[in-house]
Design a protein around this ligand. Sequence first.
Ligand SMILES: [Zn+2]
Length: 236
Amino acid sequence: MSESDAVRELMEADRWIERVSAQRNHLPELEELKNVEEELRSLLKSLHEAEDALSPVEHAYDDAAKEADRLRTRASDLSARLAASTANARELAAISGELDHVRALLAVSEDRELELLLALEPLQEVVARIKERAQPGVARRTSLQSSILELQQTLDDELVSLRAQRQEKALHVSSAVLSRYDAALVRAGTSGAALVDAGRCDGCRIALSPLDLDRWKSQPADSFMACPECGRLLLA
Ligand SMILES: [Zn+2]
């Protein structure tokens, strides 16, 4: 195998690694996950707002219900005392007067309880609806996360094997050329060599000047002129 062929194989191995890495990092599932998470974050914000609106009404309703309960108990105690009482007429009138008062308070309290109950229902419904809307997103997020994990694991395994093959191919390139190749790879990324295609370097896509093109064409075999733009070793 000529040195040019060895460099070409190394370039192809590096380009292949680059493609698989790009695929790993730009999975369509990653983009979709980002969108799903954004939607869930916005639903969570709405949920917090709805819960903030609901919470004071819930507390007020609980307080009103407790107060109505207290008055109901008090009224039934007074009724029982009145029924069983052997007290004199004045005391009976006092108990009966208090009972009327407690019943009046109870009526107001029950109205309040009902009013708050009616206010509570639509607010609870908003909370429930937001939770319901979030459910498919939550399920989709879980399924995307597991697909991404699986796909990336597969691609990572592939990259391990591609990198091993790449190291194998590097052994066929002389150390002087390999160090030039690796330096160009570090500087330019993707690969340390590129093909000349219709007068252009296919690494950086810049056209060679007529002078550079002549220089490149007339260079001795396996001497590897570097692209004046990106520094990659130019191959035919
Ligand atoms: Zn170039």
